[in-house]
Design a protein around this ligand. Structure first.
Ligand code: B12
Length: 344
C-alpha cells in the first residue's frame, strides 16, 4: 500500500502497512507515511494515538510473545520515534498555555508513550521540555529550578519504578510545582498515583490534554504524601545484589535444566530474578500485593512463549523466599505467588 490516494482515516489496513514498515526498521518510510497522512488532512492527534500508539502496543506484544527479538523491537520503536519527530517538525503550534516538564521516572525505559504525550501537549499549545527516558530525580529538580514550569508530567509504565516516582513527586511538591502522573505503572485507574502524592492522573495522552486544559493548576491543597516503605523494603533494596547472586549460585541445584544454560540464558535468568526482587520491593513499598502478583502472572505467559516451563519461575521464587524467611510480608507474598503458579 502507498499513500498516493487520499487517506482520511486510520484503519486496520493502514495500521498493518505501518507495522510492516517499522517491523523492517524503515524509519524513513514510517516518517514519510505519517507526513503523507498529514498532507491528506488526517489530524496529527489521530496519527499519534491510533497509528503510532496502537502499533507500539502491538510491537511490544510481538516481543512478549517471543515473535520478535528485543533488537527488532528497539528498531521498530526507533522508527516510531522518528515518525513522531516528523509530525513535530510538520506541525508548528505557538505555545500559549504554559510550560511543562515531561519526564520518565528514574529507571523507566518505556520512552515512547511519554514522547507521544509530549507531542499531544505541544499540539494543544503547551511548551514541552521532554527530558527523556529514565530521568534521575536530582536532574529533574535542577531542571525545575532552572525553568520554573507550570507542571511536571511524570511517566511510569512499570510498577518497579514507583518508589522512584514517589521520590520525584515529593521533590516536585517541595519545589511547589504540581504533578500530573500517567502510565500503566500507576496501576489500574491510576490508583497508586494519589497515594504517591500526585495532584492528578490521566490514563491517556488525550485525557491528560483535557485535564491540563481545565482547572490547572489544581486549586485544592493536597495533604503531604504519606511515608511509604518499610524495614522489609529497605532490606530488599540493600540486599538486592546478594539476593540475586545467592539465587544464581543455587539455581542449578533447584532447577537442574539450568546446568545446560548458555551464557545468554544465565544472563536473562539473573535479570528475571532481579525483576522478582524489584516487583516484590515495589509491592511492599506501595502496600499492594497485586503489583507482585500481576507481574508473576504475566511472567508465566512470557516464559511460556519462550518455552520455559512455570517450574523455572517456581524455582526462582523459592530461591528468593528461602533467603527471606525472617521477613514475613515478603515471604507471604512469595508464597501467594507460588500458590497461583500453574502446575506443569
Ligand atoms: C513496548 C513495550 C516494551 C518495550 C519498550 C520500548 C520503549 N522504548 O518504549 C521493551 C520491549 C523494551 C519493554 C521492556 C520492558 N517491559 Co514493557 N511493555 C511494552 C508494551 C507492550 C507497550 C508500551 C507502549 O509503548 N505502549 C503504547 C502506548 C501508546 O500505550 P499507552 O500506555 O496507552 O500510552 C499512553 C498512556 O500510558 C499515557 N501516559 C504515558 N505516560 C504518561 C505520563 C503522563 C503524565 C500522563 C498523564 C499520561 C501518560 O499516555 C500515553 C499516550 O496516550 C507494554 C504493554 C502495553 N500494551 O502497553 C509493556 C509493559 C509496560 N512492559 C512491562 C514489563 C514488565 C517490561 C520489562 C520489565 C520486561 C522484561 N522482563 O524485561 C522491561 C522493562 C524495561 C524498563 N526498565 O523500563 C509491563 C509492566 C508491568 C507493570 N505494570 O509494571 C507491561 C505493562 C507489559 C505487561 N505486563 O502487560 N517493554
Amino acid at each position: 500500500m502507498t499513500t498516493t490516494h487520499t487517506v482520511t482515516r486510520i484503519d486496520d489496513a493502514l495500521g498493518g502497512y505501518y507495522l510492516s514498515l517499522v517491523a523492517d526498521g524503515d524509519d524513513r518510510g514510517a516518517a514519510e507515511l505519517v507526513t503523507g497522512l498529514l498532507d491528506d488532512g488526517v489530524p496529527p492527534q489521530r496519527i499519534i494515538v491510533d497509528l503510532i500508539g496502537a502499533t507500539q502496543a502491538a510491537v511490544g506484544e510481538l516481543w512478549a510473545a517471543n515473535t520478535w527479538t528485543v533488537a527488532r523491537e528497539h528498531a521498530a520503536t526507533a522508527a516510531g520515534e522518528r515518525a513522531l519527530a516528523a509530525i513535530g517538525a510538520r506541525t508548528t503550534v505557538r505555545p500559549t498555555r504554559g510550560r511543562i516538564a515531561l519526564a520518565c521516572v528514574d529507571g523507566e525505559w518505556h520512552g515512547l508513550p511519554a514522547r507521544m504525550l509530549g507531542e499531544l501537549l505541544r499540539l494543544d499549545g503547551w511548551r514541552v521540555d521532554f527530558l527523556g527516558a529514565s530521568v534521575p530525580g536530582r536532574h529533574l529538580i535542577t531542571h525545575l529550578h532552572q525553568t520554573g514550569p507550570d507542571a511536571v508530567a511524570l511517566s511510569c509504565m512499570i510498577a518497579t519504578r514507583l518508589p522512584r516516582a514517589h521520590a520525584a513527586v515529593t521533590a516536585c511538591r517541595a519545589a511547589g510545582i504540581p504533578v500530573i502522573a500517567g502510565g500503566r505503572g500507576f496501576g489500574p485507574g491510576g490508583r497508586w498515583a494519589e497515594r504517591l502524592g500526585a495532584h492528578a492522573w490521566a490514563s491517556t495522552g488525550e485525557e491528560a490534554v483535557l485535564r491540563l486544559s481545565q482547572n490547572w493548576p489544581p486549586a485544592h491543597d493536597l495533604p503531604d504524601p504519606e511515608y511509604l516503605g518499610s524495614e522489609e523494603y529497605t532490606h530488599l533494596v540493600r540486599s538486592r545484589p546478594e539476593l540475586i547472586s545467592t539465587a544464581m549460585r543455587r539455581l542449578a541445584a533447584a532447577y537442574p535444566a539450568a546446568h545446560h544454560y548458555d551464557p545468554a540464558q544465565v544472563d536473562s535468568t539473573a535479570e528475571d530474578i532481579g525483576h522478582i526482587v524489584d516487583f516484590l520491593a515495589s509491592a511492599l513499598y506501595v502496600g499492594e500485593d497485586d503489583i507482585f502478583l500481576d507481574f508473576t502472572r504475566w511472567t508465566v505467559d512470557v516464559l511460556r512463549a519462550r518455552e520455559v516451563p512455570p517450574n523455572a519461575l517456581r524455582a526462582g521464587l523459592h530461591l528468593i523466599r528461602d533467603q527471606l524467611a525472617d521477613f514475613p510480608s515478603s515471604a507471604a507474598l512469595l508464597t501467594a505467588a507460588l500458590a497461583e503458579l500453574p502446575r506443569t
